[in-house]
Design a protein around this ligand. Sequence first.
Ligand code: HEM
Ligand code: HEM
Length: 163
Amino acid sequence: MSAPKGYSSAQIGLHWIIAVLIGLQFLFNEPIGEAFEQIEEGAVPAFSLLVWGHIAGGAVILLLVLWRVSLRLRRGAPDSPSGTPPLLHLAAAAGHLALYALMVLVPVSGLVAWFGGLEPAAEGHEVMTTLLLIVVGLHVAAALYHQVIRKDHLLLRMMRPER
Ligand code: HEM
Ligand code: HEM
């Protein structure tokens, strides 16, 4: 299968919707942390929209990510911009793989922690959310590096669909 020239509109739409939803999960996680602590202490936490928002938001992210992964496997992704050094190409591939893996593992560990009442899964969730934050930070820095220093208009690839 030859690489497409760019990302499809579905790939681009999913990239930005998932990025916003992940941002919201980071903004609203304290209530579920407190509720989980209460459950561990044997108490029943009061109903909270923010707790269920974190659960539902995370479940929606998982479904969208699985859709995105299936698109990625069927359609592929464009090659690195021409002139990208091999080491940078490798770093981008590794970074994207890590992002996909974390986007699946973070919600799965959250679901296992909450519905299975498993403390190790909650610890895994916490560690992996921190990793996700770090890898997303590097990802954004890389996008800005392409935009400002290499000036290869990489950001446009995630804005303008191409076949
Ligand atoms: C991509 C999706 C998700 C993201 C980015 C995310 C993010 C976070 C973050 C940043 C925390 C705080 C961790 C900390 O205190 O260091 C957290 C806690 C938590 N999340 Fe999620 N979450 C996601 C999906 C889910 C889902 C689907 C569930 C399922 C119920 C869930 C359940 C929990 C629980 C139970 C905690 C508290 C864990 C504890 O305090 O030990 N999360 N989440
Ligand atoms: C939670 C936040 C984010 C996640 C999880 C994420 C994840 C990803 C993943 C997995 C890819 C690879 C797509 C593929 O080749 O299949 C990608 C591509 C891309 N992302 Fe993000 N992203 C996020 C936020 C951002 C932000 C804020 C920017 C802009 C500053 C950005 C800019 C890009 C660009 C330009 C590409 C295309 C790279 C290329 O064609 O080589 N992303 N993103």
